[in-house]
Design a protein around this ligand. Structure first.
Ligand SMILES: [Zn+2]
Length: 180
């Protein structure tokens, strides 16, 4: 047990709900829990993490991974980790000291590239849980990719459900072809 758990998958696969439920369960056990999110994600608010059902929990905005050092907690819960850059050794060192990490983030960009530091944190974790979503196109339960219907440059476009789809491999390929 190396104290680093990772929840990953495409858009709409329940990662943020898992973050909120995990944090609440730890709080109920009497732990000192702090929830973090990157300052870039302001879709819903700047002071909390909120899932698609409207459940929310207070969260601290951080600019980079290194900022975690400024906060004392038993458990560090982080949402939207794919947007965070910085020194992963900060997390590894705290985990070695017995601090626990619960980290959620998108597995892949909409171009199927490893998103930010997600590959590195998965490599550092001995507990990676891969989530799937329901496909927004065909309804199958095998959506493992995120697809962006808008034109964009780079990996980061913070937008709502109208722009991002969770899709299965077959529908991803169909959408990709039709977008050309
Ligand atoms: Zn599909």
């Amino acid at each position: 047990m190396n104290n680093i758990s990772v929840f990953t998958g495409p858009m709409k696969s329940g990662k943020t709900s898992t973050v909120i439920n995990t944090a609440n369960a730890l709080i109920n056990q009497g732990e000192n829990v702090k929830v973090f999110k990157p300052v870039i994600d302001d879709r819903f608010s700047t002071n909390f993490v909120q899932d698609r059902d409207g459940n929310k929990i207070n969260a601290i905005n951080i600019g980079k991974i290194d900022d975690l050092e400024n906060y004392e907690a038993d458990s560090y819960v982080i949402d939207e980790f794919q947007f965070l850059e910085g020194d992963l050794n900060i997390i590894k060192n705290l985990a070695n000291k017995g601090k626990k990490f619960y980290i959620a983030g998108l597995n892949l960009t909409t171009e199927k590239k490893v998103f930010g530091r997600m590959g590195d944190i998965m490599e550092a974790s001995d507990n990676v849980q891969v989530f799937k979503a329901n496909c927004d196109c065909c309804g199958s339960s095998n959506a493992i990719y995120s697809f962006c219907t808008a034109e964009k440059t780079g990996d980061i476009l913070v937008a709502g459900d109208d722009v991002y789809l969770a899709v299965c491999p077959e529908c991803y390929d169909k959408l990709k072809l039709s977008k050309k």
